[in-house]
Design a protein around this ligand. Structure first.
Ligand SMILES: [Zn+2]
Length: 235
């Protein structure tokens, strides 16, 4: 029989090698990144009945950290409002440029559908291969009445309180509505606002980017100054 100490050493060796071989790691920057040992978030999140995946497996690899965040967010949304969240593009298995995205290169990004008041099950992107979000909520800065302001802003609050969020990309109408909304406290709004950036293309979903996970030493999560401003949106 193995002595207890030999057994523990063996167990550590096995678990360390599994860990080293499998832990996904973000490398590089927002516009030039890679993903090592990409984590299959599609497979992981498909086990969560509160997640509706709207992109194929090949577009849903990531770090474990952002997959865990989405898993937690889905559980929280389900508990609060008994509804699923829509999850779109993340990264390719080895990262790098993906489809028409500028980011989504190193496993730190994910697209998530806004919550609507009345749910739609298919819509303007139904013919698309990926990021098949069903509804546009923003028409040139004017927000649709089906956009669930209070609950979407609660989601932003959950995200900034629950994780190390680098930024959340939204549409102009969403940011305008957020700035004038008073359902959250002043301090909560200030914290969220410092992460909210307007970029065209976020009329049917928002984009979450997290900071580099601890230990990802080749990851650079800085946002260049030229990107750190709202586009085509005066608030
Ligand atoms: Zn995105």
């Amino acid at each position: 029989m193995l002595s207890q100490s030999v057994f523990i050493v063996l167990l550590n060796l096995v678990s360390n090698s599994v860990y080293a071989a499998e832990r996904a790691e973000a490398v590089g920057t927002i516009r030039e990144g890679k993903l090592l040992h990409g984590f299959n978030a599609h497979s992981f999140l498909s086990k969560n009945k509160n997640v509706q995946l709207v992109s194929p497996e090949e577009f849903q690899f990531s770090t474990k950290e952002i997959a865990d965040l989405i898993n937690d967010l889905a559980g929280w949304v389900h508990e609060k409002w008994n509804r699923p969240i829509l999850v779109g593009d993340m990264s390719l298995k080895s990262g790098g440029k993906m489809a028409s995205h500028k980011a989504h290169q190193n496993g730190l990004d994910v697209d998530v559908g806004y919550l609507s008041i009345l749910e739609k099950h298919s819509g303007h992107r139904s013919q698309k291969f990926h990021n098949k979000f069903p509804e546009i909520f923003d028409d040139s800065g004017k927000l649709s009445s089906n956009f669930d302001k209070a609950n979407n802003f609660q989601i932003f609050k959950f995200l900034v309180e629950h994780s190390d969020i680098k930024m959340i990309l939204v549409s102009c109408g969403v940011k305008k509505a957020f700035v004038s909304d008073e359902s959250l406290s002043k301090a909560e709004r200030a914290k969220i606002r410092s992460k909210l950036l307007v970029k065209p293309g976020h009329e049917d979903h928002f984009h979450i980017r997290i900071s580099c996970p601890k230990g990802n030493t080749k990851c650079d999560d800085s946002i260049p100054d030229f990107m750190w401003q709202d586009v085509n949106c005066k608030i």
